[in-house]
Design a protein around this ligand. Structure first.
Ligand code: MAN
Length: 348
């Protein structure tokens, strides 16, 4: 059952609402924002995906070259070696590329509906070879000693998880890749349990195993170990092909409540919930049978990549209300409210 109360102003942001940051490009998609509160405002760290305006018969997209400059690669659409079935990825002679280049762009709001840019808080771009196809889908853990950003680093050799620590979003400390390939969907718990930090992450195993949610622990948020798988895909279910964590879990009296995404073989992305033991988050207490949110609104069903609701950010508006932000159809940014109590009820 879909229990999300969608904001009537959805979509809150569309690609045309912002100007491209990369000279000569257009914004193709706004996706999956990380969320945090700073200076009394709500901030979204949008994933912005850009590419050149597309010309007849040609597919072109930007990458960072060895010098860290933007370079545009071009492929003839009729080239028999080209596989362009998926609007997100391109296969060419055994290599994969992304059709767009993503970076993270902060916008803020006082009413959670109208978002604007603050020139003092700059976009975050990929840096170095391991981010040469861009950075994506940032989670922001708001912790005692600052903000911890975990995001997907994409390059010809890997999809892995990078981390940046910052206190003010003006000075950034880049910590490099904290979960090696193939890995994404990493969310750090916002408080320690005992002496340790915890995080969800999503390694992918091409042979035995699959795209599953794991929990790991760490003494410092850089080195992670004692990995345990907490949620696998479920044949015949809405989450049969892949699952991945959203943002940091919400601490509730009944356990850590995590909103995660699951997709089936048709790439229909829905949201569900996991409830984990407060003292030992590798113990799963409950899991949604049915999605708690599904792509049902028009803007969730059609777009750059339709039938997608994907979240990796929220903040607690009050003790029960999750102010959720999400990407719809890999193209627009939306919000919805969810009640912790209602989610917990669906798990009984
Ligand atoms: C998948 C999709 C894309 C993303 C790549 C790399 O193909 O999630 O949106 O760009 O993975 O992470």
């Amino acid at each position: 059952m879909d229990i999300a109360k969608r904001n009537p102003a959805n979509p809150l942001l569309r690609p045309s609402d912002l100007k491209p940051c990369i000279p000569g490009m257009e914004i193709t998609c706004l996706l999956n924002p990380g969320v945090f509160r700073m200076n009394g405002k709500t901030w979204l760290l949008l994933r912005v995906a850009e590419r050149p305006v597309q010309q007849e018969g040609v597919i072109s997209f930007p990458v960072y070259n060895e010098k860290g400059e933007i370079e545009v690669l071009r492929f003839d659409k009729n080239d028999p070696d080209l596989n362009a079935e998926d609007p997100r990825v391109i296969g060419y002679k055994g290599r994969d590329y992304l059709t767009t280049l993503s970076y993270l762009r902060p916008v803020c709001s006082s009413d959670d509906v109208h978002f604007t840019e603050d020139p003092a808080v700059k976009p975050i771009f990929g840096e170095g070879f391991q981010e040469s196809f861009g950075i994506e889908d940032c989670r922001v853990a708001t912790m005692e000693d600052g903000f911890y950003l975990t995001f997907t680093e994409v390059s010809p050799v890997a999809v892995g998880v990078g981390m940046i620590a910052t206190k003010d979003f003006r000075t950034l400390r880049r910590e490099g890749m904290i979960f090696p390939p193939h890995n994404k969907d990493c969310a750090i718990f916002q408080e320690k349990i005992g002496d340790l930090y915890y995080a969800f992450h999503r390694p992918s195993s091409p042979e035995l195993g699959g795209n599953y949610i794991w929990v790991a622990e760490s003494p410092d948020r850089i080195h992670w170990g004692r990995h345990i798988c907490v949620a696998t895909t479920r044949p015949g279910h809405w989450d049969s092909a892949r699952v991945g964590a959203g943002a940091a879990p919400v601490r509730t009296e009944e356990g850590w409540l995590e909103i995660y995404h699951g997709a089936n073989a048709e790439n229909r992305y829905c949201l569900g919930a996991l409830l984990l033991d407060l003292n030992d988050p590798t113990k799963v207490l409950a899991r949604s049978d049915e999605p708690i949110m599904e792509p049902i609104a028009d803007y969730e069903k059609t777009g750059f990549f339709g039938n997608v609701v994907f979240t990796n950010g929220y903040y607690m508006k009050d003790a029960d209300t999750i102010q959720l932000f999400y990407g719809a159809s890999d193209e627009v940014i939306c919000s919805a409210e969810m009640s912790v109590k209602e989610i917990l009820n669906t798990l009984k």
